[in-house]
Ligand binder design. Structure first.
Ligand code: NCD
Ligand code: ZN
Length: 336
């Protein structure tokens, strides 16, 4: 008998579903194996109003092929008034803050972290229990951008101690260290950042399908992330940051940032946790921690993974996934 593992209610707490045709392609791939996902708002134009949220969540639900998947919606951060936030609170789970220009479709983000101008928004979010998710990078040298952002996390954590702040897709030992410094800091980790370093992206032939923001860092950074995830640190959640770009936009001069992992994320996580003898901790990393941190009760779903080879398709529609054409050690054998 092949070894198997049952995961209940897997959650992806950082997912890009896009819109239009791309949404139609990728939404069913996530809703097949996940109970829900935190949906990123970096559309063009970004998701900023109650009408945007309602209409986008309806388009997501229409694109899914199952009714047991919950899109947890996010707004694109700008300074919102207290009245606006009170009116929108039931329709959203979090607000996502992007520094201006640091990643795909973030041009409308924040260009200076002026605490006083952000106070009304962040205090109201604290009071209403709306989580602040942050893309924590500066515009500095690419390998230092996340580490340079640590002082901003500190400033936010100290000034708004009741605000839950999620350091999204962390990639550095510095962020790992920051996590335990303040009670109100949490983090998501992607599966690709548990597997690759900068060497895999650019150490040999350039691998555009592994290029993302934040860029993968050094082996010691990856080891620090592994230590958190494999031990299911209670303040850490899985967030794939699966970010589909059509093949022509990746295999081009001027490759867009984003790695597409949604349909293989659980298989890859099994591979990583199994390789380290930590499969028992995967349930907490991929669901329990997120349910506790966000206070959500996910749609019931049981996913059985089996240690049986799975050949990753070369393409899903127009998108090339991570590990395209390669054989993974684990496959999804049943979903209930
Ligand atoms: C994301 C995208 O393509 O929207 N890209 C990425 O490299 N992760 C944006 C983001 O989360 O940074
Ligand atoms: Zn992202």
């Amino acid at each position: 008998m092949n070894q198997s593992l049952t995961l209940t209610m897997p959650l992806d707490m950082h997912l890009h579903l896009r819109d239009g045709e791309m949404l139609g392609l990728v939404a069913p791939l996530s809703s097949y194996t996940f109970s829900g996902a935190l949906i990123m708002p970096n559309l063009v134009p970004p998701v900023k109003t109650l009408a945007d949220i309602r209409e986008y969540s309806q388009r997501i639900i229409a694109a899914m092929e199952s009714d047991d998947f919950e899109p947890y919606m996010t707004l694109f951060y700008q300074n919102y008034s207290r009245d606006f936030l009170i009116g929108v609170q039931d329709a959203i789970t979090a607000i996502k803050l992007y520094p201006s220009g640091v990643t795909t479709n973030s041009e409308g983000g924040i260009s200076a972290f002026d605490i006083e101008s952000m106070r009304e928004t962040l205090e109201t979010m604290s009071e209403l229990g709306i989580v602040l998710c942050v893309h924590g990078e500066t515009n500095g040298f690419v390998m230092d951008r996340e580490a340079e952002f640590m002082s901003v996390y500190e400033m936010l954590a100290v000034n708004f101690p009741k605000l839950k702040i999620v350091m999204e897709h962390i990639t550095t030992a510095q962020a790992v260290e920051m996590l335990d410094k303040y009670d109100n800091l949490y983090a998501t980790i992607t599966v690709h950042h548990l597997m690759i370093t900068l060497d895999d992206v650019a150490g040999g032939m350039l691998r555009p399908h592994l290029f993302c923001k934040p860029i993968a860092k050094r082996p010691e950074d990856r080891d620090a992330l592994l230590n958190l995830a494999l031990n299911a640190h209670p303040k850490v959640m899985f967030g794939s940051d699966s970010a589909p770009h059509p093949r022509h936009a990746k295999e081009s001069c001027g490759c867009g940032a984003g790695v597409f992992t949604a349909p293989i994320a659980l298989q890859l996580l099994c591979e990583v946790f199994d390789a380290h003898g930590k499969l028992d901790n995967l349930q907490a990393f991929v669901s329990d921690n997120a349910q506790r941190i966000y206070g959500i009760c996910a749609e019931y779903k049981e996913v059985v993974l089996t240690k049986q080879p799975f050949i990753v398709p070369q393409m899903y529609g127009s998108v090339v996934p991570m590990r395209a054409g390669e054989t993974l050690a684990w496959s999804v054998s049943n979903v209930d």
